[in-house]
Design a protein around this ligand. Structure first.
Ligand code: G3P
Ligand code: CA
Length: 290
């Protein structure tokens, strides 16, 4: 808890510094607020371990935990009855075969769908979980990255993170930076990360900080390089890069200083990071990929 206070304070300092046009070179705030990773960079399972289990299901989150991930990522929308449900798309068709707008369905209707069979018959009947079910399971096991996909989820997320005592285990992310601004207004001690598909120039990082004062920047891997990582870290942000499934790119990004890497295959990333740790920063990408 004490560490979270440091993080929130750091966020306010950085926002103020940006307004004043001042550059602060400090450590990564988000990295300081969450428990340290075992691996050098945080291993974050994308939609669970979605390379080996159906995305955004309990089976996928349990698999990420079994594989040794520090954290798993999930996506949320708000159902018609206000319940926060864990699904990537705003429509249920792709992962259940049944078309329907999540925002127009009740959580009971959503829970009755099969979100496992599309992936493999081994997962037939796997339901779409609620955020409450996932956090209740994860709270004493693993960190969680909650990505907010649609409007109206902020109050529910903040209430639930507090109810489960998970402020030091959760990062809330979104491509919609106004959602993150709202999260900080509701509870400045909750760690946030701004997702971005494009970083056109390094000044975009400052604009993101001004817009929502996040603790982390979560760029798409194509946009992530040493300069972007360094600039964000100089501004006090932790950098978590998505979605990286190729061992050579994992190796490069880890050597470039990424704080976290989001992947469908946490086991592959763990192997890459272990090799880097034992063989040092000069271990080649080809070696890491073996
Ligand atoms: O959080 C990173 C990643 O999940 C963002 O893209 O489309 O997979 O939700 P998407
Ligand atoms: Ca996501």
């Amino acid at each position: 808890m004490k560490m979270k206070k440091i993080s929130a304070k750091a966020g306010r300092v950085f926002a103020a510094a940006m307004i004043a046009g001042t550059i602060l070179a400090c450590g990564a705030a988000e990295a300081a607020s969450l428990p340290p990773t075992l691996y050098g960079a945080r291993v974050i399972g994308h939609r669970g371990a979605s390379g080996s289990a159906p995305e955004n299901t309990m089976a996928s989150f349990k698999r990420a935990h079994e594989l040794g991930a520090d954290m798993f990522e999930l996506d949320i929308h708000r159902a018609a009855d206000g319940v926060l449900v864990v699904i990537h798309d705003d429509d249920t068709e792709r992962t259940t075969g049944v078309p329907g707008k999540v925002a127009e369905m009740t959580s009971a209707q959503i829970a009755a769908l099969d979100a496992g069979s599309w992936f493999s018959k081994d997962f037939a009947g796997e339901p779409i979980p609620t955020l409450r079910q996932v956090l209740d399971w994860a709270k004493d096991k693993i960190q969680v990255n909650i990505e907010i996909k649609s409007a109206g989820c902020e109050e529910g997320v903040v209430a639930m993170v507090n109810e489960f005592g998970m402020k030091d285990k959760v990062i809330v992310t979104s491509f919609e930076h106004s959602f993150l601004k709202k999260i900080k207004e509701l509870d400045p001690d909750i760690t946030t990360g701004a997702l971005t598909r494009d970083i056109i120039d390094l000044g975009d990082i400052d604009k993101i900080i001004e817009a929502c004062a996040p603790d982390a920047l979560n760029p798409r891997y194509i946009m992530a390089n040493k300069k972007v990582i360094r600039r964000a870290q100089e501004r006090g942000l932790s950098v978590n890069i998505y979605t990286v499934n190729d061992p050579i790119t994992m190796n490069r990004l880890a050597r470039d200083g990424a704080n976290g890497i989001i992947t469908d295959h946490p086991d592959v990333l763990i192997e890459v990071l272990k090799k880097l740790k034992t063989k040092g920063p000069d271990s080649g990408a080809e070696e890491a990929a073996k």
